[in-house]
Design a protein around this ligand. Structure first.
Ligand code: ATR
Length: 305
């Protein structure tokens, strides 16, 4: 299928960007520019290597230069909580900002995305959102055909990604959550948060003794060649899992996913999460539904060649 033409840059071109440190590996420009082109917008999405100590200035600078919005990646997502003018509930709930939308007041005095306004008034605010958590549920639903409510899930890892995943699964109404992490205290801290916010979820800080609907890997094991599996197979056999989701997307097939396929599980890697967090950011900036298929194609091409 032929992709839509990108409009040439001119004096009316508007900008959005991802800030990270490092950022050169980011697939977001390829994915977002494909979405922008499909929508026929005269926008461009750029990538900037921003040092954490410069993040506040870089956000204010983008606002001054009439940017539409920003994505933030490692190590900026927590820092930005204190650096934007206002926080959406999603950023408050998940305790991190991965998307900034610049907003101005419309003719009725309501704050609206500057991307939806023809002219940007003098008073603009930066508003922080989190689109990462919802992307987990969307990717699991689309790529594995799994609705999480009432399900039994084993989550591996309790770092930043594992905490968000476990809390999101609890918010989605899973019945039982099994949390396993190398450092047990971190899994305990996540469990405490879940007990407080979602007391109905049955929590076990150990491997399941019976079958589960989903195993979700949120550890970094599998990123590097030669990494061991993120789970102890003597404690839990993948034969007992209906589906396995690995948040890692590079490599496309981690040793865990390979083992899971051999055990007959449905499998998916984390590319769908990357797609959906980006698509939701584009929704927020444009006020329209982001075109998923061109974004997915550009993302896949960029990541896997
Ligand atoms: P992220 O923000 O991507 O979640 P992180 O907070 O550093 O990154 O978390 C990395 C996760 O991978 C943690 O669950 C970590 O376990 P610890 O909490 O015990 O550090 C897990 N992890 C990393 N290397 C590991 C290893 N060699 N064996 C087991 N788990 C590992």
């Amino acid at each position: 299928m032929s992709e839509p033409l990108t409009l040439p840059i001119d004096a009316r071109t508007r900008y959005c960007a991802v800030y990270g440190h490092p950022v050169s590996h980011s697939a977001s420009p390829a994915m977002q520019n494909a979405g922008i082109a499909a929508l026929g917008l005269n926008w461009r999405y750029l990538a900037f290597d921003v040092r954490p100590e410069e993040l506040g200035k870089a956000i204010v600078g983008a606002k001054a230069m009439n940017f539409i919005g920003l994505n933030l990646t490692v190590p900026h997502k927590l820092l930005a909580l204190d650096m934007v003018d206002s926080l959406d509930d999603s950023a408050k709930l998940w305790g991190a900002v991965n998307t900034v939308r610049f907003e101005a007041r419309d003719s009725n005095g309501n704050w609206q995305a500057v991307g939806e306004l023809a002219e940007t008034p003098a008073e603009v605010r930066s508003r922080g959102f989190n689109t990462d958590a919802d992307a987990i549920t969307r990717a699991v639903r689309e790529d594995l055909g799994l609705e999480l409510a009432g399900k039994k899930v084993l989550v591996l890892g309790a770092g930043g990604a594992g905490r968000t995943a476990a809390l999101k699964l609890a918010a989605d109404g899973v019945a039982e959550l099994f949390l396993v992490n190398r450092t047990r205290e971190k899994a305990e801290a996540v469990a405490q948060e879940i007990r407080r916010l979602y007391p109905r979820v049955k929590l076990v800080l150990d491997y399941p003794s019976g079958p589960v609907d989903l195993v979700l890997n949120a550890t970094s094991l599998g990123l590097k060649e030669g990494d061991p599996l993120p789970l102890a197979e003597r404690d839990f056999s993948l034969e007992a899992a209906a589906a396995v989701f690995d948040m890692i997307y590079r490599p496309a097939e981690t040793p865990l996913l390979k083992r899971a396929k051999a055990a007959g599980c449905r499998t998916a890697n984390g590319l769908g999460m990357l797609l959906h967090q980006g698509a939701r950011a584009l929704d927020l900036w444009t006020g329209k539904r982001a075109p998923l298929e061109p974004m997915r194609r550009a993302l896949t091409q960029n990541v896997y060649g």
